[in-house]
Ligand binder design. Structure first.
Ligand code: DC
Length: 204
């Protein structure tokens, strides 16, 4: 089995991070952690009336499998709890120990290359124009029969971007040593190939 090797993949909502991370993990035979799910699980608990810090401190692995974590309401709640430094602090150890597991790990989120794993062997920052990201998210949600309007999805993407970028604790910003991939004009297949080629370079 390969020794620990951490791939940090950050970027704004709906840039293609999740799909790229899963494909990269499958390609290298690494385990994948979608760190957004941690914040979504905490956000979902606050929608049920729980205190966000207590919810983060008591988070269990099975909470990541709760249904409806992908809904737009939970996404906004996740972005709101993610502003709180105490919530972020409660989630650090779990992410770091996942990152250093034997056999290699891919973590995707907002602060993996900057705060959680500043020494990651490979770092990517995946981005795309806000309107392209909103269009993709709209098509994904429309396919599930959400009854949303495109303008509403675009407004939510912009709101979440602003909150994630402007917060004081671990704001969304590319690590200095991250390779930037802008997927606005790329097919998902090309974006995956570009990501794999950056990582191959860092592995050699
Ligand atoms: O990646 P996602 O859309 O599932 O993330 C949901 C929210 O969680 C996002 O708007 C900000 C927050 N988040 C974060 O602050 N840090 C991370 N590493 C991952 C997600």
């Amino acid at each position: 089995m390969t020794a620990a090797f951490t791939i940090a993949i950050d970027g704004p909502a709906a840039a293609g991070k999740g799909t790229i991370s899963k494909a990269v993990a499958a390609h290298f035979g690494f385990k994948h952690l979608d760190t957004g799910l941690l914040y979504r699980a905490v956000g979902a608990k606050t929608l049920l009336g729980m205190d966000p810090i207590k919810a983060a401190q008591a988070l269990k692995a099975e909470d990541l499998h709760a249904s409806d974590l992908r809904s737009p309401e939970v996404a906004q709640a996740a972005s709101r709890v993610a502003v709180l430094a105490e919530v972020r602090a409660a989630l650090v150890d779990f992410q770091r120990s996942f990152a250093r597991r034997q056999g290699g790990a891919v973590l995707d989120g907002r602060d993996i290359g900057t705060v959680i794993c500043p020494d990651a062997e490979a770092k990517l920052f995946i981005t795309a124009d806000a309107d392209v990201r909103a269009r993709r998210r709209y098509e994904e949600l429309a396919g599930k029969g959400g009854g949303l309007r495109y303008e509403q999805v675009l407004a939510e993407v912009r709101e979440r971007d602003a909150r994630d970028r402007d917060r004081a604790a671990a704001p969304l910003v590319p690590a200095k040593d991250a390779a930037l991939i802008d997927t606005s004009q790329m097919s998902i297949e090309d974006a995956i190939l570009a990501a794999i080629s950056v990582i191959e370079e860092r592995r050699s």
